[in-house]
Design a binder for this molecule. Structure first.
Ligand code: GLV
Length: 335
Protein backbone atom coordinates (compact mmCIF):
# COMPACT_ATOMS: atom_id res chain seq x y z
CA UNK A 1 0.00 0.00 0.00
CA UNK A 2 1.38 3.47 -0.90
CA UNK A 3 2.01 5.51 2.20
CA UNK A 4 0.15 8.84 2.15
CA UNK A 5 2.41 11.83 1.47
CA UNK A 6 2.61 14.61 4.04
CA UNK A 7 4.32 17.98 3.72
CA UNK A 8 5.20 19.66 7.02
CA UNK A 9 5.85 23.40 6.69
CA UNK A 10 8.36 23.61 9.56
CA UNK A 11 10.30 21.40 11.89
CA UNK A 12 7.86 20.64 14.70
CA UNK A 13 8.67 19.04 18.08
CA UNK A 14 9.99 15.53 17.81
CA UNK A 15 7.13 13.87 19.67
CA UNK A 16 4.81 14.71 16.77
CA UNK A 17 7.26 14.62 13.90
CA UNK A 18 8.50 11.16 14.76
CA UNK A 19 4.97 9.81 14.82
CA UNK A 20 4.19 11.44 11.48
CA UNK A 21 7.37 10.00 9.95
CA UNK A 22 6.54 6.53 11.23
CA UNK A 23 3.20 6.55 9.40
CA UNK A 24 3.64 8.72 6.34
CA UNK A 25 5.96 9.55 3.49
CA UNK A 26 7.05 12.83 5.03
CA UNK A 27 8.87 15.92 3.83
CA UNK A 28 9.68 18.83 6.12
CA UNK A 29 10.54 22.43 5.14
CA UNK A 30 13.99 22.69 6.72
CA UNK A 31 14.30 26.43 7.35
CA UNK A 32 13.48 28.46 10.45
CA UNK A 33 11.34 30.94 8.52
CA UNK A 34 8.13 29.88 6.76
CA UNK A 35 8.19 28.47 3.25
CA UNK A 36 7.18 31.05 0.64
CA UNK A 37 3.68 30.55 -0.74
CA UNK A 38 5.08 29.32 -4.04
CA UNK A 39 6.90 26.50 -2.24
CA UNK A 40 3.73 25.47 -0.42
CA UNK A 41 1.91 25.43 -3.76
CA UNK A 42 4.68 23.42 -5.36
CA UNK A 43 4.76 20.88 -2.53
CA UNK A 44 0.97 20.69 -2.30
CA UNK A 45 0.82 19.32 -5.86
CA UNK A 46 1.78 15.83 -4.77
CA UNK A 47 0.63 15.46 -1.20
CA UNK A 48 -2.31 13.89 0.58
CA UNK A 49 -1.89 16.07 3.67
CA UNK A 50 -0.35 19.33 4.78
CA UNK A 51 0.83 20.13 8.29
CA UNK A 52 0.62 23.90 8.66
CA UNK A 53 1.39 26.69 11.10
CA UNK A 54 -0.48 29.95 11.55
CA UNK A 55 2.01 31.76 9.32
CA UNK A 56 1.08 29.66 6.26
CA UNK A 57 -1.70 31.08 4.13
CA UNK A 58 -3.74 28.12 2.95
CA UNK A 59 -6.39 29.22 0.47
CA UNK A 60 -8.00 28.45 -2.90
CA UNK A 61 -4.69 29.01 -4.67
CA UNK A 62 -3.09 26.19 -2.66
CA UNK A 63 -6.14 23.93 -3.02
CA UNK A 64 -6.22 24.53 -6.80
CA UNK A 65 -2.69 23.16 -7.03
CA UNK A 66 -3.39 20.13 -4.85
CA UNK A 67 -5.60 17.52 -6.48
CA UNK A 68 -4.78 14.85 -3.88
CA UNK A 69 -4.96 17.03 -0.79
CA UNK A 70 -7.40 15.56 1.71
CA UNK A 71 -6.51 17.10 5.04
CA UNK A 72 -4.81 20.19 6.45
CA UNK A 73 -3.60 19.59 10.01
CA UNK A 74 -2.80 22.89 11.69
CA UNK A 75 -0.47 23.06 14.68
CA UNK A 76 -2.33 25.87 16.51
CA UNK A 77 -5.72 26.41 18.02
CA UNK A 78 -6.43 29.41 15.76
CA UNK A 79 -6.85 28.70 12.06
CA UNK A 80 -7.67 32.08 10.54
CA UNK A 81 -4.81 31.50 8.08
CA UNK A 82 -6.83 28.70 6.46
CA UNK A 83 -9.82 29.33 4.22
CA UNK A 84 -11.95 26.69 5.93
CA UNK A 85 -15.06 27.44 3.92
CA UNK A 86 -13.16 26.83 0.70
CA UNK A 87 -11.57 23.67 2.14
CA UNK A 88 -14.97 22.32 3.14
CA UNK A 89 -16.42 23.03 -0.28
CA UNK A 90 -13.64 20.94 -1.79
CA UNK A 91 -13.99 18.11 0.72
CA UNK A 92 -10.73 18.89 2.50
CA UNK A 93 -10.64 18.16 6.22
CA UNK A 94 -9.13 20.79 8.56
CA UNK A 95 -7.92 20.05 12.10
CA UNK A 96 -6.38 22.16 14.88
CA UNK A 97 -4.87 21.65 18.36
CA UNK A 98 -7.27 23.02 20.97
CA UNK A 99 -7.23 22.34 24.69
CA UNK A 100 -3.58 21.45 25.28
CA UNK A 101 -2.47 25.06 25.01
CA UNK A 102 -5.22 26.57 27.15
CA UNK A 103 -3.37 26.84 30.45
CA UNK A 104 -0.06 27.77 28.83
CA UNK A 105 -1.67 30.65 26.95
CA UNK A 106 -3.58 31.76 30.05
CA UNK A 107 -0.26 31.74 31.92
CA UNK A 108 1.23 34.08 29.34
CA UNK A 109 -1.78 36.41 29.44
CA UNK A 110 -1.35 36.48 33.20
CA UNK A 111 2.40 37.09 32.95
CA UNK A 112 1.75 40.02 30.59
CA UNK A 113 -0.92 41.40 32.89
CA UNK A 114 1.41 41.31 35.87
CA UNK A 115 4.32 42.67 33.85
CA UNK A 116 2.42 45.71 32.58
CA UNK A 117 0.71 46.37 35.92
CA UNK A 118 3.97 46.33 37.90
CA UNK A 119 6.22 47.74 35.15
CA UNK A 120 8.47 44.68 35.24
CA UNK A 121 10.09 45.23 31.85
CA UNK A 122 10.65 48.93 32.53
CA UNK A 123 12.12 48.09 35.94
CA UNK A 124 14.51 45.56 34.45
CA UNK A 125 15.64 48.12 31.89
CA UNK A 126 15.96 50.74 34.64
CA UNK A 127 18.56 48.62 36.40
CA UNK A 128 20.45 47.55 33.30
CA UNK A 129 20.65 51.15 32.04
CA UNK A 130 22.28 52.21 35.32
CA UNK A 131 19.33 54.34 36.47
CA UNK A 132 18.96 52.69 39.88
CA UNK A 133 21.06 55.13 41.87
CA UNK A 134 18.83 55.62 44.93
CA UNK A 135 18.16 52.46 46.92
CA UNK A 136 14.47 53.08 47.58
CA UNK A 137 12.21 55.99 46.81
CA UNK A 138 8.52 56.33 47.66
CA UNK A 139 7.75 57.39 44.09
CA UNK A 140 9.99 55.01 42.15
CA UNK A 141 8.35 52.91 39.40
CA UNK A 142 4.84 52.95 40.79
CA UNK A 143 2.49 50.54 39.08
CA UNK A 144 -1.09 49.42 39.66
CA UNK A 145 -2.56 46.78 41.96
CA UNK A 146 -3.76 43.55 40.39
CA UNK A 147 -5.19 42.08 43.59
CA UNK A 148 -8.77 43.23 44.01
CA UNK A 149 -8.93 45.05 40.64
CA UNK A 150 -11.59 44.52 37.96
CA UNK A 151 -10.71 42.17 35.10
CA UNK A 152 -12.62 42.28 31.82
CA UNK A 153 -12.40 39.12 29.71
CA UNK A 154 -13.38 39.47 26.07
CA UNK A 155 -14.04 35.97 24.76
CA UNK A 156 -14.79 33.46 27.48
CA UNK A 157 -13.87 30.26 25.67
CA UNK A 158 -11.34 27.79 27.02
CA UNK A 159 -8.51 30.32 27.38
CA UNK A 160 -10.69 33.16 28.66
CA UNK A 161 -12.08 30.84 31.32
CA UNK A 162 -8.60 29.70 32.34
CA UNK A 163 -7.65 33.36 32.81
CA UNK A 164 -10.79 33.85 34.92
CA UNK A 165 -9.76 30.98 37.20
CA UNK A 166 -6.42 32.67 37.82
CA UNK A 167 -8.18 35.96 38.56
CA UNK A 168 -10.19 34.36 41.32
CA UNK A 169 -6.97 33.79 43.25
CA UNK A 170 -6.31 37.51 42.99
CA UNK A 171 -9.72 38.35 44.43
CA UNK A 172 -10.68 40.25 41.29
CA UNK A 173 -14.10 41.34 40.16
CA UNK A 174 -14.45 39.46 36.88
CA UNK A 175 -16.50 40.78 33.99
CA UNK A 176 -16.83 38.89 30.75
CA UNK A 177 -18.25 39.45 27.33
CA UNK A 178 -18.84 36.80 24.70
CA UNK A 179 -21.40 36.13 22.00
CA UNK A 180 -22.70 33.33 24.19
CA UNK A 181 -23.27 33.36 27.91
CA UNK A 182 -21.23 30.93 30.03
CA UNK A 183 -23.33 29.95 33.05
CA UNK A 184 -20.49 27.82 34.50
CA UNK A 185 -18.24 30.89 34.60
CA UNK A 186 -20.88 32.80 36.50
CA UNK A 187 -21.65 29.98 38.88
CA UNK A 188 -18.16 28.61 39.55
CA UNK A 189 -16.04 31.77 39.35
CA UNK A 190 -18.60 34.47 40.07
CA UNK A 191 -17.96 36.27 36.78
CA UNK A 192 -20.55 38.83 35.62
CA UNK A 193 -21.82 38.82 32.06
CA UNK A 194 -21.82 42.35 30.60
CA UNK A 195 -21.98 43.94 27.17
CA UNK A 196 -18.72 44.97 25.53
CA UNK A 197 -19.10 48.68 26.25
CA UNK A 198 -19.73 48.06 29.97
CA UNK A 199 -16.71 45.78 30.12
CA UNK A 200 -14.50 48.36 28.44
CA UNK A 201 -15.63 51.20 30.66
CA UNK A 202 -15.43 49.35 34.01
CA UNK A 203 -12.35 47.15 33.76
CA UNK A 204 -8.87 47.89 35.11
CA UNK A 205 -7.42 45.10 32.96
CA UNK A 206 -8.96 44.05 29.66
CA UNK A 207 -7.77 40.74 28.25
CA UNK A 208 -8.72 39.45 24.80
CA UNK A 209 -9.37 35.80 23.98
CA UNK A 210 -11.51 35.72 20.83
CA UNK A 211 -10.65 33.99 17.57
CA UNK A 212 -10.05 36.24 14.57
CA UNK A 213 -13.14 36.25 12.35
CA UNK A 214 -14.91 38.78 10.14
CA UNK A 215 -16.85 39.83 13.25
CA UNK A 216 -13.88 40.25 15.59
CA UNK A 217 -11.62 42.11 13.13
CA UNK A 218 -10.86 45.52 14.74
CA UNK A 219 -13.42 44.80 17.43
CA UNK A 220 -11.32 47.14 19.59
CA UNK A 221 -11.16 50.32 17.54
CA UNK A 222 -10.81 54.07 18.21
CA UNK A 223 -14.43 54.38 19.29
CA UNK A 224 -14.21 51.46 21.73
CA UNK A 225 -10.89 52.67 23.11
CA UNK A 226 -12.57 55.93 24.10
CA UNK A 227 -14.63 53.93 26.61
CA UNK A 228 -11.58 52.51 28.39
CA UNK A 229 -10.48 54.06 31.71
CA UNK A 230 -7.37 56.21 31.69
CA UNK A 231 -5.85 53.89 34.31
CA UNK A 232 -6.69 50.65 32.49
CA UNK A 233 -4.48 48.20 30.60
CA UNK A 234 -5.18 46.03 27.55
CA UNK A 235 -3.66 42.57 27.18
CA UNK A 236 -3.87 40.70 23.89
CA UNK A 237 -2.81 37.08 23.39
CA UNK A 238 -5.38 36.27 20.67
CA UNK A 239 -4.74 37.77 17.23
CA UNK A 240 -3.33 41.21 16.46
CA UNK A 241 -6.07 42.11 14.00
CA UNK A 242 -8.69 42.07 16.75
CA UNK A 243 -7.31 45.49 17.78
CA UNK A 244 -6.94 48.45 15.46
CA UNK A 245 -3.26 48.89 16.29
CA UNK A 246 -3.01 52.47 15.04
CA UNK A 247 -5.93 53.49 17.25
CA UNK A 248 -4.32 51.67 20.17
CA UNK A 249 -1.04 53.49 19.58
CA UNK A 250 -2.81 56.87 19.56
CA UNK A 251 -4.65 56.05 22.79
CA UNK A 252 -1.41 54.94 24.48
CA UNK A 253 0.62 57.88 23.24
CA UNK A 254 -1.97 60.40 24.34
CA UNK A 255 -2.26 58.73 27.75
CA UNK A 256 -5.95 57.93 27.21
CA UNK A 257 -5.24 54.42 28.48
CA UNK A 258 -2.49 53.35 30.87
CA UNK A 259 -0.75 50.63 28.90
CA UNK A 260 -0.88 47.52 26.78
CA UNK A 261 0.78 44.12 26.87
CA UNK A 262 0.75 42.44 23.50
CA UNK A 263 1.78 39.02 22.29
CA UNK A 264 0.18 39.42 18.86
CA UNK A 265 0.29 42.14 16.21
CA UNK A 266 -1.39 43.19 13.00
CA UNK A 267 1.83 42.37 11.20
CA UNK A 268 4.14 39.61 12.48
CA UNK A 269 7.01 39.84 12.99
CA UNK A 270 6.29 43.41 14.12
CA UNK A 271 8.23 45.81 11.87
CA UNK A 272 11.01 47.56 13.77
CA UNK A 273 9.59 50.95 12.78
CA UNK A 274 6.24 50.21 14.44
CA UNK A 275 5.79 53.18 16.82
CA UNK A 276 4.53 50.87 19.60
CA UNK A 277 8.18 49.90 20.09
CA UNK A 278 8.96 53.42 21.28
CA UNK A 279 6.43 53.44 24.12
CA UNK A 280 7.43 52.55 27.70
CA UNK A 281 3.88 51.69 28.67
CA UNK A 282 3.81 48.72 26.32
CA UNK A 283 5.15 45.21 26.93
CA UNK A 284 5.75 43.12 23.84
CA UNK A 285 6.30 39.40 23.30
CA UNK A 286 6.67 37.65 19.92
CA UNK A 287 3.51 35.49 19.69
CA UNK A 288 4.60 32.97 22.33
CA UNK A 289 1.26 32.19 23.99
CA UNK A 290 1.62 28.43 23.70
CA UNK A 291 5.42 28.38 23.77
CA UNK A 292 6.32 25.94 26.50
CA UNK A 293 8.29 22.75 25.88
CA UNK A 294 5.46 20.62 27.26
CA UNK A 295 2.66 22.26 25.30
CA UNK A 296 4.42 22.50 21.96
CA UNK A 297 5.25 18.78 22.19
CA UNK A 298 1.63 17.97 22.93
CA UNK A 299 0.46 20.16 20.05
CA UNK A 300 2.78 18.37 17.64
CA UNK A 301 1.52 15.01 18.86
CA UNK A 302 -2.07 16.12 18.35
CA UNK A 303 -1.25 17.01 14.76
CA UNK A 304 0.09 13.48 14.26
CA UNK A 305 -2.95 11.94 15.95
CA UNK A 306 -5.33 13.91 13.75
CA UNK A 307 -3.55 12.73 10.61
CA UNK A 308 -3.36 9.13 11.79
CA UNK A 309 -7.05 9.04 12.68
CA UNK A 310 -8.01 10.40 9.27
CA UNK A 311 -5.91 7.94 7.28
CA UNK A 312 -7.16 5.09 9.46
CA UNK A 313 -10.66 6.08 8.39
CA UNK A 314 -11.65 7.57 11.77
CA UNK A 315 -12.98 11.06 12.48
CA UNK A 316 -9.96 13.20 13.44
CA UNK A 317 -10.33 14.17 17.10
CA UNK A 318 -9.95 17.89 16.37
CA UNK A 319 -11.87 18.32 13.15
CA UNK A 320 -12.89 21.98 12.76
CA UNK A 321 -15.17 21.49 9.74
CA UNK A 322 -17.30 18.39 10.50
CA UNK A 323 -19.70 19.39 7.72
CA UNK A 324 -16.95 18.28 5.31
CA UNK A 325 -17.90 14.66 6.01
CA UNK A 326 -21.04 15.18 3.95
CA UNK A 327 -18.97 16.39 1.00
CA UNK A 328 -16.26 13.73 1.25
CA UNK A 329 -16.88 10.76 3.53
CA UNK A 330 -13.94 9.51 5.56
CA UNK A 331 -11.55 7.46 3.45
CA UNK A 332 -11.00 3.74 3.86
CA UNK A 333 -8.11 2.87 6.17
CA UNK A 334 -4.90 3.49 4.22
CA UNK A 335 -2.17 3.22 6.84
C1 GLV B 1 -1.51 30.39 18.47
O1 GLV B 1 -1.67 31.56 18.29
C2 GLV B 1 -2.54 29.42 18.25
O2 GLV B 1 -3.57 29.77 17.65
O3 GLV B 1 -2.36 28.26 18.66
Amino acid sequence: MRRPKVYVTREIPERGLKKIMEHFDTEVWPEYSPPPKKIIIEKAKNVDALVTLLTDKIDAEVFDAAPNLKIVAQMAVGYDNIDVEEATRRGIYVTNTPGVLTETTADLAWALLMAIARRIVEADKYIREGKWRVAWHPMMLLGRDVYGATLGIIGAGRIGMAVARRAKGFNMRILYYDIVRRPELEKDIGAEYVDLDTLLSQSDFITIHVPLTKDTYHMINAEKLRLVKKTAFIINTSRGQVIDEKALYEALKEGRIAGAALDVFEEEPIPMDNPLLKLDNVVLTPHIGSASHETRSKMAEMVADNLIAFFEGRVPPNLVNPEVMKIRPLPAKSI
